[in-house]
Design a protein around this ligand. Sequence first.
Ligand code: SF4
Length: 265
Amino acid sequence: VEIEWEIINHRKIKIIINRTKNVISKSKLAHWAINHYIGCTHACLYCYAKYMCKIKPYGRWGSWVEIKINAPIYLKNRILPGIGALSSIVSDPYQPIEKRYELTRRVLEALDKRNTFWILTKSDLVLRDMDLLKEYRNVEVGITLNSFEKRIKKIFEPYAPDYEKRINTLQELRRNGIKNFCFISPIIPELTDVESLILETKDFVDGYWFEFLNLKGAGKRFREVLSRISYRSMEKLKSGSLLRKEIEDIVKKYGIRCEGIILHQ
Ligand code: SF4
């Protein structure tokens, strides 16, 4: 393991360069996941992956990234069974460090192009790899989207690309014939306007996932901040079946394709 330091978004970030063979993991969301990065400098306040700081004691969530630098070597020409996820839960595959290391790009280059998987990101950097995405027949790219107003976004997702960039990314994916989906998450009643997101995106999005905030996974600090911003949001998040019904009604109203509604109660 080697340690380097990078300045990302005016912050000093610890980079842990690991040469492990261990790049394919189990996932609750797919048959397999390739986690070539662990850690994410988007540093979302609600991120459910911050539990990783207990396993990897490198510092606060968002202040470090572990890079499995040899991942492309171990993935060369591999065909993996079922449907997978390229980086999931523990990182964003197109976080800023990807600009320098191009590890996600090299993983896409290495894998057999017959694999079926999805990529979920908040970043327009995924557009850089359009040439490779086009070589796969069964890849879908999802963009996480929310309608947080600027002041809230600054607190919840301080270093993630802004809303306009994410919308533009969905449009570009569509223009280039790459199947896309919108991951509306984390839905926080009072703060997320699901209907307006659908109205704005339905003409260029293939499908939608809806995920309500996982209050437990978001952690104590986030719960404290949210209760200061909007106590009603906390209360509403506990009314599970009503929340599902609201989404089902919107899906019906606009005739969009719903891939799933995730509630964490
Ligand atoms: S972009 Fe995703 S993985 Fe990265 S900090 Fe935000 S929620 Fe966590």
